[in-house]
Design a protein around this ligand. Sequence first.
Ligand SMILES: [Zn+2]
Length: 261
Amino acid sequence: MRLSRAQDFTEIGYYRPLRAAAEAAGFVWHEAGHFHALPYVLLRSGHGSGAEVPRVYLSAGIHGDEPAGSLAVLEGLRGGLFDRGVAWDIFPALNPGGLARGTRENPGGIDLNRDYRLLTAPETRLHAHWIECGESPYDLYISLHEDWEARGFYLYEINTSGGPSMSAAILSAVETFLPLEPGPVVDGHRLRAPGWIYHPPEPDEPEGWPEAIFHCKKRPLNSYTLETPSALPLRRRVDAHLAAVRAAIRVLLTESRKTGD
Ligand SMILES: [Zn+2]
């Protein structure tokens, strides 16, 4: 796939190719609504609710100036990244208007990833409703982000599930494509190791809940919020997201085979 920073997050530039790739990969395309004339999409793999496979949640594009995650979803669908041994719920573009404009916030000026307590934006309200109506807990949560100030890749792990930590495997896979953020502090958080923030299951701002905190207030969660450094080439940032997701799924499938569920 040809990548440029001016990637066109329009119906023709992103959503049509996304739908074609998703359906070719066996995903069902759900449009939960429309924002700014663009679809608000959930991609669900074709497993029935009784399927005995791990359930994985993946989201991207909640900040419209962070294109690599949404592009990685498209490329992952085309490249067979999304393992059939997993039941996937994928939200590829949580801020359609912001992505189309290249702004962090939605067109109403709201940072959606600080809006999961107050639910002031229509996008967040719709998303929260979908999550609340969801069935069993997810075995793994991954959210794809970027950071304009970072020098290297880093992640936030919030793990209240008792599940295995996947951070070491993710960081090791990413290192092929990007340097790891050396720290000692990034975004106000002290690193446990290069690239690794181990975050408590509480928001940094009491009213400003991000998506991951909303999830972990509902159910136990093994979650990874991945941050690629925006200053480095887009190709490497997309590759790093793809490698990170692949590594996490490898750990998940190995562990679920061990425990036999
Ligand atoms: Zn972000």
